[in-house]
Design a binder for this molecule. Structure first.
Ligand code: WTA
Length: 655
């Protein structure tokens, strides 16, 4: 179960920093204290020094931060650099040139390694191919690909020539892809003939074709298709071209284009409490700096590490901690194409042993799923190469934490429980392995330069230990989002307006204990967290309502043993569909959600009803539905309920 406030309040265990680890760590207690001091005393100097030390600039910046148009902050804005140069070219000198940048394993067991020199060549070939296809600086390029090296190459190639990528998770449907193509006005779509997942073929190109057929403006001029599965697909003459053909004859010489620090690097869609997903966009320099520093500080990445973050590149974790952060540090990244338990539940552990993975970063939902399979699976393998573990996506329940610590980490690996978001660009609150003790369920302390606080409903700071409130960030940081694509008002409204633009509002509730350790409780808005994936209730509801039989729908989260949260939907069926078989309709509605969003948004529980509880102003009373879905007694105040009869009806609703 995901943690409740009671279970983590009762959590008192703590695990000391190992002296051996601290001795070799990139960040020890002394450096931590010094950086925190500098960040408070002179933030401009603090960030400016870090940006000069850790990034390669084509044109040095003079200005660290511009805050005149807050909350539209600008960082290092008169400087120029190229992100791909910083992630690849600068490692071409010396020994790192022939070091593995990327080790990839397919679901079928095939393995491919690219050294930094090889990655550089592939990136340049593809960057030239993109230019040859008419891509220019500032154009949007959509990437809808499986977890293969070419996905990383495509992202870096975009960065090299200044194109803005928007990666769409390959588990999203044609409809979701279409929305993102339209919202970004993408010129090019890069996809594959298919992907392997649990031994089955996922027809990515077919989804892409459907998306393009529905796309209103037809902004996409070219579809570049990687051959991965050899599946039969339709190639549309004049529009679709094979990856191998576009790179053939291209030069491997492609100078990295110097970009303004504030030029957008990518757009990534994420769910909010209202409406459609938002296109969060990030800058070039500030984002890269933060991805790089946090990888170095939190994961303690060293030249000898083989680092594996299991996230798909379609999520922010895949951007910051599969691609940009580790490559900027010259690390060796491991990439796995397929399903975690395929062909059997020890696939991950077997790969960790075989590739000598030393840093492993995954999500609590995965840990819980493995825990359920039993200890014998990890115990079959030698996991002694591991030296640090990480977690992201949701609060980690202490039980899963202990299992991860003992069964995977052998009791010796620190666990970095990293709190952050698509919007923050990189980790914000996390236990630095050479500095902070581990308390199971807590993400520990804000990183140097990050000023996190808990405030009450009025925006006033809460200082009493263990009192819950809104988690906010009260100083800008370089990795922060720069806006919502094409919608500056939504940026202000979603993240700043509630407390008069004073703070960045994360949308999470949290508390701080007497040691200043943060304990994140979960979202306070109408955002669900299903298997660590953010989904807006509004999105799922509109997918349900798009079905002809549905008059109205309301969606809430219910606790789920593996997923953390599962979706429960209350659905009102239109009069003329009242006679339809409920099981069949339920199946049709699940299919509908899969079709419009993707399988991750499929409701676990669908309950049919004649009415929904609403306030007199017509707002659905979700907290009531939440209690009902959980089978709890209604203890809340129902005086604002428009029709008390609704409640009575709902309590007897049939599944
Ligand atoms: C939740 C993922 C507690 C949180 C990087 C946040 C967490 C949302 C943690 C962001 C954690 C992520 N502890 N909660 N360690 N990590 N969350 O944008 O609710 O997909 O607001 O970014 O996930 O999800 P997103």
């Amino acid at each position: 179960m995901p943690p409740s406030i009671d279970s983590t309040l009762a959590e008192t265990r703590s695990f000391a920093v190992s002296a051996d680890f601290a001795r070799q760590a990139n960040m020890n207690a002394e450096t931590f204290a010094r950086l925190n001091r500098q960040a408070t005393e002179d933030p401009h100097r603090f960030w400016g020094d870090l940006a000069r030390e850790y990034l390669d600039w084509d044109l040095p910046f003079q200005q660290v931060l511009e805050a005149d148009h807050a909350p539209f902050y600008r960082w290092f804005s008169d400087g120029q650099l190229n992100v791909a140069h910083n992630c690849v070219d600068r490692h071409l000198q010396g020994a790192t040139r022939h070091k593995a940048a990327l080790i990839w394993e397919g679901e079928d067991g095939s393995v491919k390694t690219l050294t930094y020199a090889q990655l550089h060549r592939e990136m340049c070939l593809f960057a030239n191919a993109l230019k040859h296809q008419g891509v220019q600086k500032g154009d949007r390029v959509a990437i809808y690909m499986p977890m293969v090296p070419e996905a990383v190459i495509a992202m870096l190639a975009c960065a090299r020539i200044g194109a803005i990528h928007t990666v769409v998770f390959s588990g999203f449907s044609a409809e979701a892809l279409k929305d993102r193509l339209e919202d970004t006005d993408a010129k090019i779509l890069i996809t594959a003939d298919g992907a392997w997942r649990v031994g089955k073929l996922v027809p990515l190109k077919r989804h892409a074709d459907q998306a393009l057929l529905r796309e209103r403006e037809h902004s996409v001029q070219r579809v570049i298709v990687l051959r991965r599965t050899g599946a039969e697909i339709d190639m549309q003459e004049g529009r679709d071209v094979w990856w191998e053909d576009v790179i053939s004859g291209m030069s491997a010489d492609c100078p990295a284009l110097p970009m303004q620090a504030e030029d957008p690097l990518f757009i990534l869609y994420t769910s909010g409490s209202t409406g459609r997903p938002k296109g969060v966009f990030h800058s070039s320099a500030g984002y890269l700096l933060w991805a790089m520093l946090t990888t170095r500080w939190v994961f303690d990445v060293k030249p000898a590490d083989v680092y594996w973050c299991t996230a798909d590149i379609g999520w922010i974790t895949g951007h910051s901690y599969v691609v940009y952060g580790p490559l900027a540090n010259g690390a060796t990244i491991f990439l796995y194409e397929g399903a975690p338990m395929y062909p059997q539940p020890d696939r991950f552990w077997e790969m960790i042993a075989r590739h000598g993975i030393s840093i492993f970063y995954t999500a609590p939902t995965a840990v819980r799923a493995f825990m359920k399979m039993g200890d014998e699976w990890p115990q079959r393998h030698d996991l002694s190469s591991l030296r640090l573990l990480g977690s992201v996506g949701e609060p980690m329940n202490p039980e899963a934490w202990m299992w991860y610590h003992e069964q995977i980490g052998g009791g010796r690996c620190p666990i970095a429980d990293t709190w952050w978001q698509t919007e923050t660009g990189g980790h914000m609150i996390a236990p630095l392995p050479g500095v902070a003790v581990n308390k199971p369920g807590s993400c520990a302390l804000p990183l140097p330069g990050i000023s996190a606080r808990i405030v009450n409903d009025h925006g006033d700071p809460i200082t009493a230990p263990d009192a819950g409130g809104y988690l906010i960030i009260d100083r800008p940081w370089p990795g922060m989002l720069r806006g919502v694509w094409g919608n500056p008002e939504r940026y202000v409204e979603s993240y700043w307006a509630k407390f008069g633009n004073r703070y960045y509002i994360a949308g999470d509730s949290a508390r701080c204990d007497a040691d200043g350790y943060f304990w994140v409780m979960g979202r306070i808005d109408d955002v669900l967290n299903v298997s660590g994936h953010r989904l807006g209730t509004a999105e799922v509801e509109s997918a349900l309502v798009a079905h002809p039989a549905v008059a109205e729908a309301a969606v809430v989260g219910i606790p789920h043993e593996i997923k953390g949260e599962a979706i429960c939907a209350f659905v009102i069926v239109k009069h003329q569909y009242q006679g339809v078989d409920r099981d069949e309709l339920g199946a049709a509605l699940r299919a509908q959600v899969t079709e419009l969003i993707g399988a991750i948004a499929r409701p676990d529980d669908i309950r049919f009803t004649d009415a929904l509880p609403k306030t007199r102003s017509g707002k659905i009373m979700r907290r009531l539905l939440r209690s009902l879905a959980r089978g709890e007694d209604i203890t809340q105040d129902t005086s604002t309920l428009e029709d008390e009869g609704t409640l009575q009806h709902l309590t007897t609703v049939k599944k």
